[in-house]
Design a protein around this ligand. Structure first.
Ligand code: IPD
Ligand code: CA
Ligand code: CA
Ligand code: CA
Length: 280
Protein backbone atom coordinates (compact mmCIF):
# COMPACT_ATOMS: atom_id res chain seq x y z
CA UNK A 1 0.00 0.00 0.00
CA UNK A 2 1.42 3.43 -0.85
CA UNK A 3 2.17 5.76 2.05
CA UNK A 4 -0.23 8.67 2.61
CA UNK A 5 1.12 12.18 2.83
CA UNK A 6 -0.12 15.18 4.75
CA UNK A 7 0.67 17.93 2.24
CA UNK A 8 -0.81 20.64 4.50
CA UNK A 9 1.53 19.64 7.31
CA UNK A 10 4.56 19.46 5.00
CA UNK A 11 3.65 22.89 3.64
CA UNK A 12 3.23 24.51 7.08
CA UNK A 13 6.59 23.19 8.26
CA UNK A 14 8.34 24.31 5.05
CA UNK A 15 6.74 27.76 5.18
CA UNK A 16 7.94 28.32 8.74
CA UNK A 17 11.49 27.16 7.97
CA UNK A 18 11.76 29.23 4.79
CA UNK A 19 10.51 32.37 6.56
CA UNK A 20 13.14 31.84 9.27
CA UNK A 21 15.88 31.20 6.73
CA UNK A 22 14.88 34.42 4.96
CA UNK A 23 16.12 36.35 8.00
CA UNK A 24 19.64 35.11 7.21
CA UNK A 25 19.49 36.76 3.77
CA UNK A 26 17.97 39.94 5.24
CA UNK A 27 20.69 40.23 7.89
CA UNK A 28 23.52 39.36 5.50
CA UNK A 29 22.60 41.42 2.44
CA UNK A 30 24.74 44.44 3.26
CA UNK A 31 27.50 42.69 5.21
CA UNK A 32 30.79 41.16 4.09
CA UNK A 33 30.45 37.87 2.20
CA UNK A 34 33.09 35.27 1.59
CA UNK A 35 32.63 34.84 -2.18
CA UNK A 36 34.05 31.71 -3.77
CA UNK A 37 33.94 30.37 -7.27
CA UNK A 38 32.65 26.82 -7.82
CA UNK A 39 34.82 25.92 -10.80
CA UNK A 40 33.51 28.09 -13.63
CA UNK A 41 34.45 31.75 -13.02
CA UNK A 42 30.86 33.05 -12.99
CA UNK A 43 29.45 30.29 -10.75
CA UNK A 44 29.65 31.97 -7.35
CA UNK A 45 28.81 30.80 -3.85
CA UNK A 46 28.90 32.38 -0.39
CA UNK A 47 28.90 30.96 3.12
CA UNK A 48 25.24 31.99 3.31
CA UNK A 49 24.20 29.69 0.42
CA UNK A 50 25.73 26.75 2.29
CA UNK A 51 24.36 27.82 5.67
CA UNK A 52 20.76 28.15 4.45
CA UNK A 53 20.83 24.83 2.61
CA UNK A 54 22.31 23.13 5.66
CA UNK A 55 19.69 24.60 8.02
CA UNK A 56 16.75 23.67 5.77
CA UNK A 57 18.01 20.16 5.10
CA UNK A 58 18.95 19.44 8.73
CA UNK A 59 15.67 20.70 10.14
CA UNK A 60 13.48 19.00 7.55
CA UNK A 61 15.32 15.69 7.93
CA UNK A 62 14.97 15.84 11.73
CA UNK A 63 11.19 16.02 11.26
CA UNK A 64 11.04 13.71 8.21
CA UNK A 65 13.97 11.30 8.44
CA UNK A 66 12.77 9.25 5.45
CA UNK A 67 12.55 12.19 3.06
CA UNK A 68 15.23 12.81 0.44
CA UNK A 69 16.94 16.01 -0.63
CA UNK A 70 18.31 17.54 -3.79
CA UNK A 71 20.02 20.82 -2.95
CA UNK A 72 22.32 22.95 -5.06
CA UNK A 73 25.26 23.22 -2.69
CA UNK A 74 25.16 19.62 -1.44
CA UNK A 75 25.06 18.45 -5.06
CA UNK A 76 28.04 20.70 -5.86
CA UNK A 77 29.99 19.28 -2.91
CA UNK A 78 29.19 15.66 -3.83
CA UNK A 79 29.80 16.41 -7.53
CA UNK A 80 26.82 14.25 -8.42
CA UNK A 81 23.14 15.01 -8.97
CA UNK A 82 21.00 12.52 -7.00
CA UNK A 83 18.34 10.62 -8.98
CA UNK A 84 14.75 11.69 -8.53
CA UNK A 85 12.86 8.70 -7.09
CA UNK A 86 9.22 8.26 -6.03
CA UNK A 87 10.14 9.13 -2.44
CA UNK A 88 9.23 12.53 -1.01
CA UNK A 89 12.12 14.74 -2.10
CA UNK A 90 12.76 18.33 -1.07
CA UNK A 91 14.40 20.30 -3.86
CA UNK A 92 16.25 23.28 -2.42
CA UNK A 93 17.93 26.31 -3.90
CA UNK A 94 19.12 28.08 -0.73
CA UNK A 95 19.82 31.36 -2.52
CA UNK A 96 18.60 31.74 -6.08
CA UNK A 97 20.27 34.84 -7.44
CA UNK A 98 23.57 34.44 -5.59
CA UNK A 99 25.24 37.00 -7.86
CA UNK A 100 22.42 39.46 -7.09
CA UNK A 101 22.83 38.72 -3.37
CA UNK A 102 26.56 39.43 -3.59
CA UNK A 103 25.89 42.74 -5.37
CA UNK A 104 22.96 43.68 -3.10
CA UNK A 105 20.62 43.64 -6.13
CA UNK A 106 17.41 42.88 -4.25
CA UNK A 107 16.06 40.13 -6.54
CA UNK A 108 17.15 37.09 -4.61
CA UNK A 109 15.18 34.30 -3.00
CA UNK A 110 14.97 30.91 -1.35
CA UNK A 111 13.30 28.25 -3.50
CA UNK A 112 11.93 25.03 -2.01
CA UNK A 113 9.79 22.38 -3.69
CA UNK A 114 8.50 19.05 -2.51
CA UNK A 115 8.22 16.34 -5.14
CA UNK A 116 6.40 13.07 -4.39
CA UNK A 117 6.16 10.26 -6.95
CA UNK A 118 7.77 12.68 -9.41
CA UNK A 119 4.91 15.20 -9.04
CA UNK A 120 5.62 18.64 -7.62
CA UNK A 121 3.27 18.95 -4.64
CA UNK A 122 4.56 22.14 -2.99
CA UNK A 123 6.40 25.17 -4.34
CA UNK A 124 7.70 28.04 -2.21
CA UNK A 125 9.76 30.98 -3.48
CA UNK A 126 10.54 33.70 -0.94
CA UNK A 127 12.29 37.01 -1.51
CA UNK A 128 12.87 38.30 2.03
CA UNK A 129 14.27 41.62 0.77
CA UNK A 130 11.04 42.55 -0.98
CA UNK A 131 8.83 40.55 1.37
CA UNK A 132 7.38 38.50 -1.48
CA UNK A 133 6.30 35.02 -0.44
CA UNK A 134 5.10 32.98 -3.45
CA UNK A 135 3.53 29.61 -2.78
CA UNK A 136 1.52 26.83 -4.37
CA UNK A 137 0.18 23.41 -3.57
CA UNK A 138 -0.79 21.12 -6.44
CA UNK A 139 -4.40 21.74 -7.53
CA UNK A 140 -4.86 24.38 -4.81
CA UNK A 141 -3.84 27.55 -6.66
CA UNK A 142 -0.90 29.93 -6.43
CA UNK A 143 -0.46 32.78 -3.98
CA UNK A 144 1.65 35.86 -3.28
CA UNK A 145 1.66 36.71 0.42
CA UNK A 146 -1.49 34.66 0.82
CA UNK A 147 -3.42 36.34 -2.03
CA UNK A 148 -4.31 34.32 -5.17
CA UNK A 149 -2.29 35.18 -8.30
CA UNK A 150 -3.02 34.59 -11.99
CA UNK A 151 -0.88 34.83 -15.11
CA UNK A 152 -1.32 37.64 -17.63
CA UNK A 153 -4.21 37.42 -20.12
CA UNK A 154 -2.22 38.89 -23.01
CA UNK A 155 -2.74 36.83 -26.18
CA UNK A 156 -0.11 38.21 -28.58
CA UNK A 157 3.63 37.89 -28.24
CA UNK A 158 4.03 41.34 -29.81
CA UNK A 159 2.22 42.82 -26.76
CA UNK A 160 4.34 40.89 -24.26
CA UNK A 161 7.21 41.64 -21.89
CA UNK A 162 9.66 38.72 -21.86
CA UNK A 163 12.49 37.72 -19.55
CA UNK A 164 15.54 35.98 -20.93
CA UNK A 165 18.97 35.21 -19.51
CA UNK A 166 21.71 35.59 -22.08
CA UNK A 167 24.61 34.60 -19.83
CA UNK A 168 25.16 31.20 -21.49
CA UNK A 169 26.60 33.16 -24.42
CA UNK A 170 29.73 33.35 -22.25
CA UNK A 171 30.25 29.96 -23.88
CA UNK A 172 30.90 30.85 -27.53
CA UNK A 173 29.05 27.73 -28.72
CA UNK A 174 25.83 29.47 -27.72
CA UNK A 175 26.62 32.90 -29.18
CA UNK A 176 24.53 32.65 -32.33
CA UNK A 177 21.53 31.03 -30.72
CA UNK A 178 21.47 33.48 -27.79
CA UNK A 179 22.05 36.63 -29.84
CA UNK A 180 19.53 35.59 -32.46
CA UNK A 181 16.90 34.94 -29.78
CA UNK A 182 17.59 38.34 -28.21
CA UNK A 183 17.27 39.94 -31.64
CA UNK A 184 13.93 38.16 -32.11
CA UNK A 185 12.64 39.43 -28.77
CA UNK A 186 13.84 43.00 -29.35
CA UNK A 187 11.99 43.07 -32.68
CA UNK A 188 8.95 41.02 -31.73
CA UNK A 189 7.89 42.05 -28.20
CA UNK A 190 7.49 45.05 -25.89
CA UNK A 191 10.91 44.33 -24.37
CA UNK A 192 13.38 42.04 -22.63
CA UNK A 193 14.20 41.81 -18.92
CA UNK A 194 16.94 39.76 -17.28
CA UNK A 195 16.79 39.36 -13.51
CA UNK A 196 19.45 36.79 -12.59
CA UNK A 197 17.09 34.61 -10.57
CA UNK A 198 15.23 31.88 -12.36
CA UNK A 199 12.94 31.03 -9.45
CA UNK A 200 11.71 34.60 -8.94
CA UNK A 201 11.39 35.24 -12.67
CA UNK A 202 9.09 32.22 -12.91
CA UNK A 203 7.02 33.77 -10.13
CA UNK A 204 6.85 37.06 -12.03
CA UNK A 205 5.26 35.11 -14.90
CA UNK A 206 2.89 33.56 -12.35
CA UNK A 207 1.81 36.95 -10.97
CA UNK A 208 1.29 38.45 -14.45
CA UNK A 209 4.20 40.94 -14.28
CA UNK A 210 5.77 39.45 -17.43
CA UNK A 211 4.28 37.18 -20.07
CA UNK A 212 7.10 34.68 -20.56
CA UNK A 213 10.59 33.60 -19.57
CA UNK A 214 13.22 31.71 -21.50
CA UNK A 215 16.43 30.23 -20.12
CA UNK A 216 18.63 27.21 -20.74
CA UNK A 217 21.45 25.55 -18.79
CA UNK A 218 19.68 25.75 -15.48
CA UNK A 219 19.02 23.10 -12.87
CA UNK A 220 16.13 21.35 -11.18
CA UNK A 221 16.43 23.52 -8.01
CA UNK A 222 16.10 26.70 -10.12
CA UNK A 223 12.81 25.53 -11.60
CA UNK A 224 10.89 23.04 -9.45
CA UNK A 225 9.05 25.45 -7.11
CA UNK A 226 8.43 28.12 -9.77
CA UNK A 227 7.05 25.58 -12.24
CA UNK A 228 4.26 24.57 -9.86
CA UNK A 229 3.57 28.21 -8.95
CA UNK A 230 3.16 29.15 -12.65
CA UNK A 231 1.01 26.14 -13.46
CA UNK A 232 -1.24 26.79 -10.47
CA UNK A 233 -1.54 30.42 -11.61
CA UNK A 234 -2.79 29.29 -15.05
CA UNK A 235 0.46 29.29 -17.02
CA UNK A 236 2.74 26.70 -18.54
CA UNK A 237 6.40 25.64 -18.35
CA UNK A 238 7.62 23.52 -21.26
CA UNK A 239 10.83 22.52 -22.99
CA UNK A 240 12.46 25.10 -25.26
CA UNK A 241 11.77 22.86 -28.27
CA UNK A 242 8.13 22.37 -27.24
CA UNK A 243 6.86 19.31 -25.38
CA UNK A 244 7.13 18.29 -21.78
CA UNK A 245 9.85 19.71 -19.57
CA UNK A 246 12.50 17.34 -18.27
CA UNK A 247 12.69 18.61 -14.68
CA UNK A 248 16.18 17.22 -14.11
CA UNK A 249 17.75 18.85 -17.20
CA UNK A 250 15.50 21.84 -17.78
CA UNK A 251 15.61 24.18 -20.79
CA UNK A 252 12.58 26.29 -20.38
CA UNK A 253 9.91 28.36 -21.99
CA UNK A 254 7.63 29.51 -19.20
CA UNK A 255 4.60 31.45 -20.30
CA UNK A 256 1.31 32.92 -19.15
CA UNK A 257 -0.53 30.57 -21.52
CA UNK A 258 0.12 27.89 -24.18
CA UNK A 259 -0.44 30.28 -27.07
CA UNK A 260 2.33 32.68 -25.95
CA UNK A 261 4.66 29.69 -25.38
CA UNK A 262 3.97 28.40 -28.91
CA UNK A 263 4.40 31.86 -30.48
CA UNK A 264 7.76 32.18 -28.73
CA UNK A 265 8.96 28.77 -29.90
CA UNK A 266 7.94 29.57 -33.49
CA UNK A 267 9.65 32.98 -33.38
CA UNK A 268 12.87 31.43 -32.06
CA UNK A 269 12.80 28.69 -34.74
CA UNK A 270 12.41 31.20 -37.57
CA UNK A 271 15.02 33.65 -36.31
CA UNK A 272 17.68 31.11 -35.38
CA UNK A 273 17.37 29.54 -38.85
CA UNK A 274 17.68 33.00 -40.47
CA UNK A 275 20.74 33.91 -38.36
CA UNK A 276 22.46 30.62 -39.11
CA UNK A 277 21.94 31.08 -42.86
CA UNK A 278 23.15 34.68 -42.76
CA UNK A 279 26.12 34.44 -40.41
CA UNK A 280 27.39 30.83 -40.35
C1 IPD B 1 21.18 31.08 -11.07
C2 IPD B 1 20.02 31.97 -11.32
C3 IPD B 1 20.08 32.56 -12.70
C4 IPD B 1 20.18 31.49 -13.77
C5 IPD B 1 21.37 30.61 -13.48
C6 IPD B 1 21.27 30.01 -12.10
P1 IPD B 1 22.00 30.73 -8.55
O1 IPD B 1 21.05 30.44 -9.82
O2 IPD B 1 18.79 31.29 -11.20
O3 IPD B 1 18.94 33.32 -12.95
O4 IPD B 1 20.33 32.06 -15.02
O5 IPD B 1 21.40 29.58 -14.42
O6 IPD B 1 22.41 29.22 -11.86
O7 IPD B 1 23.34 30.20 -8.89
O8 IPD B 1 21.98 32.18 -8.30
O9 IPD B 1 21.31 29.91 -7.52
CA1 CA C 1 24.70 28.86 -7.83
CA1 CA D 1 19.61 28.90 -8.65
CA1 CA E 1 21.63 28.97 -5.59
Amino acid sequence: MSESHDIEEYYNIAEELVLKAGKIIENAIDSYKNVQCKGIEWDLVTEYDRKIEDILQTQLSEIYPKHKFIGEETTAENKCLPKLTDDPTWIIDPIDGTTNFIHQFPHTCISVALVIRKKIEIGIVYNPLMKQFFSAKRQKGAFLNGRPIKTSKIANLSDSLIAMEPWIAKNSNYLVSVYSRMHALIQGTHGIRSLGTAALTLCYVAMGAIEAYHVESIEVWDVAAGKLIIEEAGGTVIDTAGGELDLITPRIIAACNHSIAEQLIQLFKTIVKYFKQKYL
